[in-house]
Design a protein around this ligand. Sequence first.
Ligand code: UTP
Length: 285
Amino acid sequence: MSNQKLKTAVLPVAGLGSRFLPITKSIPKEMLPIIDKPLIQFAIEEAIEAGIEKIVFVTSHTKKAIENYFSINSELEKRLIQSNKENLVEKIHPKYLDKVEFSYVFQEEPNGLGHAILQAKEHVDDEFFGVILADDLLMYEIGCLSQLSNIHHENNSSVIGVFAADPEKISNYGVIDGVLDGNSYKLNNIIEKPKAEEAPSNLAVFGRYILSKEIFNHLENTNAGVNGEIQLTDAIKSLIEKDTVRAIEIMGKRFDCGSKEGYISAIINRSHSIEKYKDALKKID
Ligand code: UTP
């Protein structure tokens, strides 16, 4: 059992978002709205639900929108109060945001997810930290990081979220090779974007991780892999050789909002859960 609370979450948001061009030319992918709330806010809410106190964004100099979104806009708050719209003040500045500390580190070049995480090294003090990729969205009563956190506290190990992927899509993901051990898998290996016939299982990585701080040493020694990027998967593969890494199958509805299909599905799904939109949706052919 680990008694140490999971306090820090790293949120990499420095990717190019090329699948969503042209919108991502000026709006970060993580700011895309699921109706009225950006993906990044779902991620922050999930982190806070899991007890996170410190959020480290790995961002790029071209992505000021995220920093602006989480800063206080006193002028707008004042105007809303003056026009009797106090209820909207809580919307633009939810109280739960005051419970967390935000910091921003920069990834100068989009050299891959592994490289992005490495930039957060100096901001992680504890033995373990969480990672949330905001474009992987989960809709469920228990947040994804909380689901991982339960396994982490039981085993005091790194934990990765996985899901059973369609066989024809398996080569889009990081794929684990693991054995079921209690209510989680103990990993023997992990492979980034394997060919379908070489995939060790159908269990693909969803963008949630609780990682031992040791991962930074492995990232420092990881060479560019698939797509010429420093892959987090390759560093985890090297971590597995030294340390226990576990995986759990995530419960809930998953949306890969880094793809247009997943993004559209997430919007439709959220619309169905909001009473006042249900009738309007029925009228659409
Ligand atoms: P993706 O693999 O989805 O890449 O990144 P991307 O650049 O965002 O999007 P596409 O593939 O070009 O359309 C997964 C997560 O890792 C972050 C992204 O911001 C996203 O949250 N990331 C990726 C970085 O922070 N830096 C990188 O160099 C790459």
